[in-house]
Design a protein around this ligand. Structure first.
Ligand code: SAM
Length: 286
């Protein structure tokens, strides 16, 4: 660390430390915006590295806040970062970062759920975000279900509550396995690359967090119509304790025959069935 102009400067980029940034801009965390900030720039650089090689990539960051992860992404060599932040109080702190990395950071203020900024980026595009978990899950579902595949992004590196991260990477047979696992794993490789204790954040949340890295597959892992697959998995997991022949009654009177023809025991439960078999069942309707 450097001592300069009475400020404590961070070794990573010579900008003020994040604790200083928060003091300077009076960024008292707002619960309603899910603000749990990462103040350790070594940690944010590590998360940035979890997104893989960033040189030659545009990065979409959602929810930069005071900019810890943004600084990690820029210091790790991202060609350009487009950051979408809802809280206008963060803009001056982010402007300071933009000045330190001329031409490489653009900040857009607004609700990431209400805007589509992908068109402003140039491929290859990586998405990196530390968001409130409900916003993160909603965006993940949108990013996994575009009308056309492959999507605009090459990879997603996203922070979630650990329990949500486990649901994304879950395999058949456990309580975590469900629609989110099937949706994610149908079109992407998904793995947990880091887990973080509550103390890594300021203020500390109640639960552990985890970073999930998803890489888009060039095409879905098994052929299936996305809408049919989603309808089947929604129905199957809405009544996950029921046998599939009754949980999937809404798919038509011949469901038992279809299950049998696909090699799925009609008495099995949703959580026992793998992605390949769900896709085969979906194909029987097209
Ligand atoms: N990336 C920063 C970090 O790691 O320290 C901040 C993370 S904090 C968990 C979540 C950030 O997302 C906050 O800055 C919050 O204002 C922002 N945010 C919350 N909802 C948002 C939304 N719908 N669109 C864009 N940003 C949002």
């Amino acid at each position: 660390m450097d001592q300069k102009w009475g400020l404590v400067l961070a070794a990573i980029d010579g900008l003020p430390t994040l604790a200083q940034v928060i003091r300077d801009h009076d960024l008292v965390a707002k619960k309603a915006l899910g603000q749990n900030f990462l103040l350790d720039l070594n940690l944010t650089a590590k998360i940035a590295r979890a997104a893989g090689d960033l040189t030659g990539c545009d990065v979409l960051e959602v929810g930069p806040g005071p900019g810890g992860l943004t600084r990690g992404l820029l210091a790790e060599g991202a060609r350009r970062v487009l950051a979408v932040e809802k809280d206008a109080r963060c803009l001056p702190a982010l402007a300071q970062i933009a000045d330190a990395y001329p031409g490489r950071l653009e900040v857009v203020q607004g609700d990431a759920l209400a805007m589509d900024v992908a068109g402003r980026l140039t491929a290859p595009i990586k998405v990196v975000a530390n968001l409130p978990y409900n916003v993160g899950t909603e965006l993940l579902i949108r990013w996994l279900t575009p009308a056309v595949w492959p999507p605009f992004w090459a990879s997603l590196t996203l922070m979630f509550q650990r329990e949500v991260a486990e649901r994304i990477v879950a395999k058949p047979g456990g309580d975590h396995y469900g629609r989110l696992a099937l949706l994610a794993q149908w079109r992407a490789d998904a793995r947990i690359v880091m887990t973080l204790p509550p103390e890594a954040f300021t203020p500390a949340p109640k639960v552990h967090s985890a970073v999930v890295h998803l890489t888009a597959l060039p095409q879905p892992r098994y052929p299936a119509d996305g809408a049919v697959l989603q309808r089947i998995t929604a129905m199957a997991f809405n009544q996950r304790r029921k046998m599939l022949r009754s949980a999937l009654k809404g798919m038509g009177p011949d469901i038992e025959d279809r299950l049998q023809a696909t090699g799925i025991a009609p008495t099995a439960r949703a959580e026992e069935i793998g992605l390949e078999a769900f896709c085969a069942l979906a194909r029987s309707y097209t």
